[in-house]
Ligand binder design. Sequence first.
Ligand code: TNX
Length: 523
Amino acid sequence: MSHSTIPTLIPHPLRASTAGSTPTGAELRVALADASLGPILETVTALAARTRRVPVVHVTTDAHVRVELGLDADAAGIAPAAGFDPRPQGADERFVIVSEDGVSVVRAVSTEGAFRGLITILQALELAEEGITLPALTVVDGPAYAWRGLSFDTVRHLYPREELHAVIDLLAYHRFSVLHLHLSDTQGWRLESPAYPLVGSRGTDGAREHLTRAEFSDLVAYAAARFITVIPELDLPGHTAAAIAAYPELDIVGGFDHPQVKYLAPHNAAAVTFAQTVLTELAEISPSPYLHIGGDEAFGMPDDEYAEFVRILHTHVRSLGKRVVGWQEAARAEVFEPTDVLQFWIAEKDAFDAEAMRAAVPEEYHPLVEMAAKTFAHAPGDIGLANARDTPILVSSSSPLYLDRRHAEGRLDADGSTEPGFPHYEPERTADLGSWNPAEHARTALQNARVVGVEAAIWAETIEGIDDLAFLLLPRLPLVAERMWQPAAYDWTETAIRLRAQTAAWNNLGFANHYRSVDVFGE
Ligand code: TNX
């Protein structure tokens, strides 16, 4: 049956149809097959209230929705997710939904699969003045990739707790599995360090502008309840001007005096101890099997020193019992193993035009341009791919997965603006992301590299608050989720209908300033 029969789901399931629907009154009644499912029902109840304003009631008799564990997922005819499992305890996310006589039954082999199935039902509910209607869904679904994430910049803008929770809810609602927290950068350090108390960023009035360890743990727990794994990143050895400003002994003598060209050097014992200590502290509070060491854009750093520092970081994280994630350039250290992950971000399309840049900036910045050119002026294959042959790759190609890229169309409201967004990227249309296919991207741009997952990224240089975040994230983010469940794109007209159906949920979560894309809202 055509997927147009259930236009409200995004990601769209692998196989899905509807046949009629049942009015369920003012609330959704859910029965559990097993007491072990209690915690997921609690989470779904909270999510239902926050996204769709639907009250969920737990009943003991068979009701409108029933959840059971024990599906033989193989019998449903779909393969388990490819690639790496980012979770502390891996889980099979496959689920089926069958509907009969006004009752929809979710079956899964794991509580996580049951959760993904319940969220699918939550999305499909039709809401009207008279009450809630439950469509009689038949669904078979499972993700193509287990690692479905968002790289989230907490440095250039630090969001309050409520907004971070809303981001996690949005990810759960569109069935993501990873929140990658970028916790340090040139402009700030966003995590409390017991050993280096001065490192956490402070505002001009001295007010704290970082997460305490307890706040970090709160986020991890909030995400875990929604089956989202937090993968934390401390960006080393480049992008460390904030740490160096707090502890000048971390600096090298006689470097290029620009914040973008501050880095930790392997021959500076204080810098090595600092890096190892903050990673040890992070491992203590992060249950994720992975720690992200950064490694991007270490401008001005000699190649041999860079490789040596990355090796030190890699060895240290391994000694903490964690696997290592690094940005693409870290492949140059040649230490990443088949159990680690490299995150590829440099897209051919955003290749850096050093000549144009030299012409555009004052002469004192020309050394900086040379340093940047070294990182950017390559196709993705030229940086890291040759060294990353056996290392699993996480795809975050700046085109189309950097969601701080400006929208290419005018806006369907009064001001018509396409800002905010990073001004140096070529703007793209929403529909371009709809037709992107990660499996195809792995075959072509990444030369058959071993792709294990996908992360969209939202950098915050142009973000001043949740309205800017909403504007850049939506409606694009759910399209990324969909391509990770089913890499082949659906017909765009129907996709736009499915996206439009979710705007009330985005508004309810606080993302009301989502972009009114012509591609999505214009027909
Ligand atoms: C590159 S991607 C960066 C970030 C910027 C971003 C802007 C990467 C690993 N580094 O520092 O915020 O571009 O889009």
